[in-house]
Design a binder for this molecule. Structure first.
Ligand SMILES: NC(=O)c1ccc[n+]([C@@H]2O[C@H](COP(=O)([O-])OP(=O)(O)OC[C@H]3O[C@@H](n4cnc5c(N)ncnc54)[C@H](O)[C@@H]3O)[C@@H](O)[C@H]2O)c1
Length: 315
């Protein structure tokens, strides 16, 4: 394992910061390189490089310089940001992925992790326990790019035997870094507003439950999948994984137990429809069967972690 040299692209985002910390338990610091288009704002012993994932030559030069064997490609424009910048979203989410898949085809890198999203589902998908191979009709730029990316991953695996692995993350909940422009960002906004006793506006339907995952479960799943034997991985587009499911109203009620004055205001915008199109919860039996995926953090544990780390004290 220690011959591996790891590159995390998009390392300064919500997931990248925590994935980097977790990978440091498995690999020596100098074998992990962080890269992002924005400067690093958090302390880490791992080297940082500036990189634009849409620049194929720059990626090749960086991989060559650090003799990289494995890449975690996290750079993306998320659902809400992508709707506002269609062309850039396509460029980052798809051209960025193709740049790495090509390096895999050429044998320059041996393994790639690339995340997909619940945004590949749409109105016609099953609402409860949405299956792995349900109806995939995304309604967003982001969802279209993620579904296209899944097909590209499967193609490069089937045609060129490149070891690319992927997970469809639900909305990720965390406290260490601000969320990056997704539809489920309202969760972190609610915790922040309740803690700071300020007003917040939630753009989505208060009753709409969405699949969510606490960040440590997402990070653990990612490392578990990347460490699984290749023969165990039967799905090469992307694995459904799940954890909890809750609506804005349920979260607000739970927060009101500790912050009785917290009253979010519901003010619908374009994110309302995005959320409506997504399933309420996901079935993840394939991930459990193939590589023993099992989430550990349920709603109560998530509330406890988030409130204690955001300085909320229980009554
Ligand atoms: N956060 C979620 O709820 C969620 C849910 C489903 C899937 N995902 C996926 O997980 C991955 C990581 O998400 P995140 O929440 O950490 O996102 P984020 O927005 O917090 O972080 C993405 C990082 O990518 C960087 N980036 C953007 N354009 C770049 C470019 N051209 N070159 C290099 N870096 C660039 C950004 O600066 C940022 O640091 C993404 O692929 C996202 O689609 C996230």
């Amino acid at each position: 394992m220690n011959d591996n040299r790891i590159l995390i692209i998009g390392s300064e985002g919500q997931l990248g910061i925590e994935l980097c910390e977790a990978l440091q338990k498995y690999y020596p610091d100098e074998t992990i390189i962080r890269a992002d288009i924005r400067s690093s704002t958090h302390s880490s012993n791992t080297p940082f490089e500036f990189l634009d994932v849409t620049d194929a030559d720059a990626i090749r030069a960086l991989i060559d310089k650090h003799q990289i064997t494995e890449v975690y490609l996290l750079a993306a424009l998320l659902s809400a940001s992508a709707e506002k910048n269609i062309k850039q979203a396509w460029k980052v989410n798809i051209q960025g992925l193709l740049n790495l898949l090509e390096l895999g085809r050429e044998g320059v890198i041996q393994k790639l992790f690339w995340p997909s999203s619940i945004a590949i589902f749409g109105y016609e998908s099953q609402r409860e326990q949405c299956p792995q191979n349900g109806i995939h009709k995304p309604i967003t730029v982001y969802g279209i790019s993620k579904l296209t990316g899944e097909h590209w991953c499967q193609y490069y695996h089937q045609k060129y035997n490149f070891d690319v692995r992927s997970i469809r993350y639900p909305g990720l909940v965390s406290f260490k870094s601000p969320p990056g422009g997704g539809t489920t960002d309202y969760v972190m906004d609610m915790f922040r507003a309740a803690t700071a006793e300020i007003q917040m506006h939630c753009a989505i339907n208060p009753e709409k439950a969405l699949p969510m995952l606490y960040i440590s479960d997402a990070v653990e799943a990612t490392i578990q999948l990347m460490h699984a034997e290749s023969s165990k991985i039967t799905i090469r587009d992307s694995y459904n994984i799940g954890g909890m499911s809750f609506s804005p109203k349920e979260l607000a009620l739970a927060l009101q137990e500790q912050y009785p004055h917290f009253r979010p205001e519901y003010r619908r915008d374009f994110r309302y429809d995005i959320a409506e199109s997504w399933p309420d919860s996901l079935s993840y039996k394939e991930a459990s069967y193939d590589w023993n995926y099992q989430p550990k953090i349920d709603f109560e544990k998530m509330m406890s972690i988030m409130t204690s780390n955001m300085g909320v004290t229980a009554n």
